[in-house]
Design a protein around this ligand. Structure first.
Ligand code: CO
Length: 137
């Protein structure tokens, strides 16, 4: 894992299968894994983009934050994610600088990582995710 670096770019898409050929067949990015993240209400397919990843994110239901994002803004780049050693302390350090985390504590994300998002209003419209290895993993 690329700690401190760009872990992935998350792309919101209504149906993964509709966009997958662009990255897999067109750009020839290897497919790494696919998983359902129940807590976030999404299905995620991860592709290797050379030192970082592209994640195609499909909402599982209309209550998913990603479904709401697509309804409001359409498909496209949803967030960028940075790898950090500890998502809780990284978000607290950012909060001390006045940047607001969304929620109180990191939650389970894809790939056995603990993740927390930062308020996009503090990043001029970009939703930024902080991701760290799960401590029990
Ligand atoms: Co992500």
């Amino acid at each position: 894992m690329n700690e401190g670096g760009l872990d992935h770019i998350g792309i919101a898409v209504s149906r993964i299968e509709d966009l997958l050929p662009f990255y897999r067949d067109g750009l020839k990015l290897p497919v790494l894994e696919e998983e359902v993240v129940e807590g976030q209400g999404v299905r995620v397919l991860k592709l290797d983009a050379g030192g970082t990843h592209i994640e195609l994110i499909e909402p599982l239901n209309e209550d998913s934050p990603v479904a709401k994002f697509i309804a409001k803004k359409g498909e496209g780049i949803h967030h960028i994610c940075f790898a950090v050693p500890d998502a809780s302390s990284a978000s607290k350090e950012m909060a001390a600088l006045g940047y607001r985390p969304i929620g109180d504590a990191p939650k389970p994300g894809a790939s056995n990582r603990m993740v927390i998002f930062m308020n996009p209003r503090d990043a001029h419209g970009v939703l930024v995710e902080l991701s760290a290895p799960a401590q029990d993993g």
